[in-house]
Design a protein around this ligand. Structure first.
Ligand SMILES: Nc1ncnc2c1ncn2[C@@H]1O[C@H](COP(=O)(O)OP(=O)(O)OP(=O)(O)O)[C@@H](O)[C@H]1O
Ligand SMILES: O=P(O)(O)OC[C@H]1O[C@H](OP(=O)(O)OP(=O)(O)O)[C@H](O)[C@@H]1O
Ligand SMILES: [Mg+2]
Length: 296
């Protein structure tokens, strides 16, 4: 099975680190620029441009792809559910959380275009012509779309376009170019995509679960402690756990008082307060550790 991942740019490093954390270590090879083996003999990684990845997956050059939803939507249909997906759809299996941005319609701050209706008969420049045309059809506005391959923000200032559809995240680029957002066209983030005909494959499910387990572990910590058996209920009340904690009997102390070991997964933001609460109800030997993966 082949997974296409971004070969460069902002999505490259986070994607490789996700593969690593998911246990799919990418082997170093001479051909690393194009493809690489992983520790799983059935899984190969293919390096491609973020914008080309959806096409690689649709064409069958790869089975899975990691890239932005904006790129997938630009290349054709995207389905959330393999059951209802068309043959040529990409199935959006999992939101990986990074690469968050918005595709927005924007026009010069001090211009005449302040609403999407003002764009009837106007020209919109974008690197995302398909998404833009779909959007115009959705809102029922007839405008021309010109495709550019970069520096889109410049086009309204050189009379190439009246408005643009482009990526924004912090808003700095729009602000510097004195462009105001008129509407959101698409909210995007990086997703794990599969070709519809392999979306139900057990190997695909294995990769999806591995990625999901990394996301589930993010921002969570594993707490371990000992507690007097007769104070277990108080300890349980204090732990803001995911489900009940795991409780194990351990040897009684030298005075014959019963003791238990308690393990629990807690949100990282709760750890600081929880530790003092635990001490107050008699817990001791409290350990806090990171979690690599969590399969819920
Ligand atoms: N400013 C941004 N903030 C968050 N995500 C972004 C931003 N710009 C782009 N992205 C996401 O990253 C994807 C890849 O962007 P792009 O193709 O521009 O590559 P890049 O990482 O910017 O590298 P380069 O432009 O140098 O090739 C986009 O499709 C989008 O999903
Ligand atoms: O809202 P902001 O935080 O300013 O981000 C938006 C900018 O980020 C991307 O450009 P990028 O930095 O990837 O440069 P590029 O045009 O070379 O791809 C995108 O094309 C916008 O221009
Ligand atoms: Mg870019």
């Amino acid at each position: 099975m082949r997974i296409a991942v971004p070969n460069k740019g902002r999505l490259h490093d986070p994607t490789l680190s996700l593969l690593e954390r998911a246990g799919l270590h990418v082997e170093e090879t001479a051909d690393r620029q194009l493809y690489a083996d992983t520790v799983d003999p059935e899984v190969t990684v293919l390096f491609a441009r973020a914008a080309d990845i959806p096409e690689y997956v649709r064409d069958g050059a790869a089975d899975l792809g990691v890239t932005g939803l904006d790129q997938a939507a630009e290349s054709g249909g995207v389905a959330d559910d393999p059951e209802t997906a068309d043959d040529n759809d990409l199935v959006d299996l999992l939101d990986l959380g990074y690469g968050s941005c918005r595709l927005v319609l924007a026009a010069p701050e001090d211009g005449d275009i302040t609403a999407v209706e003002d764009l009837a008969g106007a020209t919109i420049a974008t690197e995302f012509p398909t998404v833009t045309r779909d959007y115009l059809a959705r809102v029922g506005v007839d405008a021309d779309v010109v495709t550019v391959t970069g520096a889109t923000e410049l086009t309204p200032h050189v009379d190439m376009a009246d408005a643009i559809v482009d990526i924004t995240s912090t808003g700095t680029t729009l602000q510097v170019n004195r462009l105001a957002v008129i509407d959101e066209v698409l909210a995007s983030s990086v997703r794990l995509f599969a070709r519809a005909d392999v979306a139900d494959d057990p190997k695909v499910e294995q990769v999806r679960t591995a990625f999901e387990s990394v996301l589930a572990a993010d921002g969570r910590r594993y707490l371990m402690m000992n507690a007097p058996t007769d104070r277990l209920d108080e300890v349980k009340d204090v732990i803001p756990g995911l489900g009940g904690p795991t409780v194990m009997n351990v040897e009684a102390d030298e005075n014959g008082n019963g003791k238990v070991a308690v393990h629990a997964v807690v949100e990282e933001r709760d750890v600081f307060a929880t530790i003092s609460d635990l001490k107050a109800v008699g817990a001791s030997g409290i350990l806090v550790t990171e979690i690599e993966r969590l399969v819920e």
